[in-house]
Design a protein around this ligand. Structure first.
Ligand SMILES: [Cu+2]
Length: 111
C-alpha cells in the first residue's frame, strides 16, 4: 500500500487536496504537521493499528465528497481544502494497518 502526493511541494495558503483512491480497499487522507525532527512514516502505531490524529489539520475521507466521512470507496475521489503555513506535513491513511503498510507521504509547504 502506498500514498503518493503530486506535487510534493505547494505554496502556503489554501491548499485543496484531491484524493483518488486507485486501490481496492477503502482509504482516507489525514493532514498532520511533521515534527521538526521527524519524517513521514515514523509515527507510533497503536494497538488498534492507527496513529494519533492529534493536531490534524483536516482530512479527505468522504466518498465523492468533501471533508470527513466514513472512508473513500475504491475508485472514488474525495477532497478537502486546508490552510497550511510554510513547513513540512504528512499525508497519511489512518485506516487500521494502512500507515504501517506504507500509506504516508510528505508534503512540503513553502513560504
Ligand atoms: Cu488506506
Amino acid at each position: 500500500m502506498r500514498l503518493v502526493a503530486h506535487p510534493t511541494t505547494v505554496p502556503a495558503g489554501k491548499v485543496t487536496l484531491r484524493v483518488v483512491n486507485a486501490g481496492s480497499l477503502t482509504h482516507e487522507v489525514i493532514v498532520l504537521p511533521l515534527p521538526a525532527t521527524g519524517n513521514a512514516g515514523e509515527r507510533a502505531v497503536g494497538a488498534d493499528g492507527r496513529v494519533s490524529e492529534a493536531g490534524s489539520l483536516g482530512e479527505a475521507s468522504r466518498t465523492c465528497g468533501s471533508g470527513a466521512g466514513d472512508g473513500i470507496a475504491p475508485g472514488a475521489a474525495a477532497w478537502t481544502t486546508v490552510t497550511l503555513r510554510p513547513g513540512r506535513y504528512e499525508l497519511l491513511c489512518n485506516v487500521p494497518g494502512h500507515y504501517a503498510a506504507g500509506m504516508y507521504a510528505e508534503l512540503d509547504v513553502t513560504g
